[in-house]
Design a binder for this molecule. Structure first.
Ligand code: DX5
Ligand code: ZN
Length: 215
């Protein structure tokens, strides 16, 4: 099943409630981008915003951590209402397996994320542990960037490895530059969760944009 995860990074922060209500019935997940200004050159939002979104969102919260030392904060994001938490392999390296276990022990689905310049093979040793994989199709840090076409081959490679190790049900999430024009290609390559920020919240009709991607 294809899941559409609107990224609130592109929502109207002065009227977050309005934007949540606009997509509540049409989205499958809410994607929340947490940036610390250290791992990525941008700062977005943290716990109070996630807690506030949790009060209105009728779909699970998918928290994408673009931060150093994710192990220090996953418990608080779980308490804030996250049902899925992903963190960057580049920020955790050899600690990644322990952080996956830490997230899962909180009753939250754990995902590993890599940027476009990280070889997919780097996360192959973690594929028997994760609940989902998040492949960046832009460099983490900003919304509104163009989809990097090489992502298609990377999705195929991770999908093939998940199949090979007997975990075909582990979903691949793709994040960055996704909209109605390329959603079908991303899904054909083997992705199931599509993050979409600008293409949803900058559209005249966000619900229609989500429907177009599903189609
Ligand atoms: C980028 C974030 C993305 C971003 C996607 O660092 O991880 O989730 O919000 O935005 P669009 O869909 O506009 O590329
Ligand atoms: Zn994201």
């Amino acid at each position: 099943m294809i899941q559409i995860a609107p990224s609130l990074l592109s929502a109207d922060f002065l009227h977050l409630e309005k934007d949540i209500l606009l997509v509540n019935a049409f989205a499958d997940l809410f994607h929340l981008d947490v940036m610390d200004g250290v791992f990525v050159p941008n700062i977005s939002f943290g716990f109070p915003v996630v807690e506030a979104v949790a009060r209105q969102a009728e779909k699970p919260l998918d928290v994408h951590l673009m931060i150093v030392h994710p192990e220090k904060y996953v418990e608080r994001f779980a308490k804030a209402g996250a049902q899925m938490i992903s963190f960057h392999y580049e920020a955790a390296r050899e600690a990644s397996a322990d952080i996956i276990a830490q997230i899962q022990a909180l009753g939250v689905k754990a995902g590993i994320v890599i940027n476009p310049d990280c070889p997919v093979q780097a996360i192959f040793p973690l594929l028997d542990k994760v609940d989902f994989v998040l492949l960046m199709s832009v460099f983490a840090g900003f919304g509104g960037q163009a989809f990097i076409p090489e992502t298609i081959g990377r999705i195929q490679a991770v999908r093939a490895e998940l199949d090979r190790i007997g975990r075909p049900d582990v979903p691949i999430e793709v994040d960055g530059g996704i909209g109605p024009a390329n959603a079908a290609d991303v899904v054909a390559a083997g992705a199931e969760i599509l993050v979409a920020g600008s293409s949803v919240f900058k559209a005249d009709d966000p619900a229609k944009a989500i429907r177009a991607m599903r189609g």
